[in-house]
Design a protein around this ligand. Structure first.
Ligand SMILES: [Zn+2]
Length: 318
């Protein structure tokens, strides 16, 4: 049975855990060489390397660094970094590594010795440290974008900073807000005037800003869908805005497109890449070479934009 889900392609990039790709299961001969070190997951493909590290040698950036998983039961010293990790055994055939928001988790088959686990971690240490550092940097960027909802709060709108002013006197209650063009000299940040009382709760200000942003998102996404659809020779039928924590967009064979309204924080070229990506799925329902050629036909620098989408930090909306 082919469920509809199979015909929906999702764009998850940049929001999930980093999982070290595992090698295929062990050959059946593994029982006779039980003493041999277990296979270690292969290094990630170039597609999975994530953002480039700053030009500081890894050794220096990690001096005395320490990464402690809240459920850590074991510890390793990798370079000059201390890595305390969650360790679990289970029914599996390889040692697996996952770097998530909380830190490093290691999963191992029951028959593997701790010495083998240590050796495997050593062997993967470059990948582990890189992912831990990237995750920490991403977390720091997200924290830096936490929005304090009050008069003067800022957030990015289409890649530019917008400052909120609470302006209940304005007669734009029907549209919820209005965006000024900025200072007279045009250099200051643009002002978003929200029809909200000065003494409003933070949640009211946030909801008013979100409602305004979602309206802008819908208007812009429709405009960009209409721009790219004829160029790709496809028809889209319906746009829904999503708020998923782990997904930028999806497309279904029936022509429905879902786009995450938070994309409206990003620069237009990044938004265009996601729009073109989902529309291209109406022609190619997979991520094959032909799919990426289709994307490239309308967004020639899609590879760069795809990387930028992975690197972007979405403001914390709470
Ligand atoms: Zn896709």
């Amino acid at each position: 049975m082919r469920g509809l889900l199979q015909f929906t392609m999702d764009l998850f990039e940049g929001l999930g855990n980093e999982i070290a790709p595992a090698k295929p299961p062990l050959p059946r001969t593994r029982k006779v060489k039980k003493k041999a070190a277990p296979p270690v997951a292969a290094p990630p493909s170039s597609d999975d390397t994530g953002p480039a590290l700053p030009a500081i040698p890894l050794r220096d950036t990690l001096t005395l660094a320490s990464f402690v998983h809240p459920q850590a039961t074991r510890e390793a010293v990798l370079g000059s970094a201390r890595v305390a990790y969650e360790f679990k055994r289970g029914k599996r055939k390889t040692i697996g590594f996952v770097v998530g928001a909380e830190g490093l988790s290691v999963r191992a088959p029951r028959w593997v010795t701790l010495r083998d686990v240590d050796a495997a971690i050593k062997e993967k240490s470059d990948w582990i440290l890189r992912k831990l550092l990237e995750t920490r940097q991403r977390h720091a960027r997200v924290e830096a974008t936490r929005i304090d909802w009050k008069d003067g709060a800022q957030f990015p709108f289409m890649g530019e900073t917008v400052v909120i002013r609470l302006d209940p006197k304005h007669g734009f209650a029907s549209v919820g807000g209005t965006l000024d063009s900025g200072d007279d000299d045009g250099r200051g940040p643009r002002i978003l005037r929200l029809a909200v009382a000065q003494n409003a709760e933070a949640s009211q200000i946030r909801d008013a800003a979100q409602a305004w942003l979602m309206r802008q998102a819908r208007r812009l996404f429709i405009e960009r869908l209409d721009h790219f659809a004829p160029r790709l020779g496809v028809r889209w039928q319906k746009l829904s805005l999503s708020n998923a924590a782990t997904r930028w967009g999806s497309a279904s064979v029936d022509g429905s497109i879902r786009l995450n309204w938070r994309l409206i924080h990003f620069r237009l070229p990044v938004i265009d890449y996601v729009v073109a990506h989902e529309l291209a799925h109406l022609r190619v329902m997979d991520h094959s070479h032909r799919f990426w050629e289709t994307v490239e036909s309308v967004v020639p620098d899609y590879d760069l934009l795809r990387q930028q989408l992975k690197d972007e930090a979405v403001p914390r909306w709470s």
